[in-house]
Design a protein around this ligand. Structure first.
Ligand SMILES: *Cc1c(COP(=O)(O)O)cnc(C)c1O
Length: 231
């Protein structure tokens, strides 16, 4: 397993390099998040051994167990699943970056919990660029207003935007959604809202990360290409 994992990690790093190079970007403006939902702690440890250092988890309960088991201070954890306000407490304790904030209510609860923990909680706003009923995320029309409201909270800090685009079998078809997320980020950034840093774009998964890199992704979330198919 270890050598298979090492090979997959090396392959992904090479593909990231190639994607960056072919659009003239520098290699240090991208962060690889290894999506480890459903992956056992032992395999994550092997991943750490293979050079991975940032992991993305979707479920609070599962993440808490694995983070406690692995207990490695050199590793950081990102939350990328749907977050309910009543789990905000745990999310603040466990995660450096929460990618999926899509309401003032959730942000306010994260703010409250972060204050209790003496923490400044970094967050991204999840945008539903495809306007799909089945997906969470704020609609593109509301993201500026939401950014302004959240900017008034002192214990959360907006670092950028995240999206999960509609599923297509051709990665090129998702490019317009990535472009829209980037335009939204640039538009909000120009507003220079105090306490808001609109630099990050969390977009791109196993099937489409090369397109996402070309369209400006700064954080890519890759599960299957590293850990194999999930059950
Ligand atoms: C599961 C998941 C991923 C990883 O998807 P892969 O296709 O396995 O790379 C990325 N982002 C989110 C939000 C996920 O839930």
């Amino acid at each position: 397993m270890n050598s298979i994992l090492q090979k997959r990690v090396d392959d992904i790093r090479n593909r990231i390099q190639n994607a960056l190079c072919s659009c003239g970007r520098r290699s240090d403006d991208i962060t690889l998040i290894a999506v480890s939902k459903t992956v056992p702690a032992e395999t994550i440890k092997a991943g750490i051994h293979s050079g991975l250092s940032i992991f993305g988890e979707n479920y609070i309960q599962e993440a808490k167990q694995k983070i406690d088991t692995i207990a490695d201070p050199s590793v950081t954890w990102h939350f990328i699943g749907h977050l309910q306000s009543n789990k905000a407490k745990y999310a603040v304790r466990l995660f450096d970056l929460i990618h999926t904030v899509d309401s003032l209510k959730l942000a306010a609860e994260l703010d409250r919990q972060a204050q209790k923990n003496n923490k400044l909680q970094n967050i991204l706003l999840q945008v539903n660029v495809g306007m799909e009923a089945s997906k969470s995320g704020v609609s593109p029309n509301d993201v500026l207003d939401l950014t302004r409201s959240i900017s008034c909270l002192n214990h959360v800090k907006i670092k950028g935007l995240m999206t999960i685009p509609p599923v297509y079998n051709s990665p090129e078809r998702v490019a317009p959604y990535f472009q829209n997320l980037r335009k939204l980020r640039d538009m909000i950034r120009e507003e220079n809202i105090p306490n808001v840093e609109m630099n990050e774009l969390s977009m791109g998964m196993t099937g489409d990360f090369e397109v996402a890199i070309r369209e400006g992704a700064t954080l890519i979330r890759i599960g299957t290409a590293i850990f194999g198919e999930r059950e």
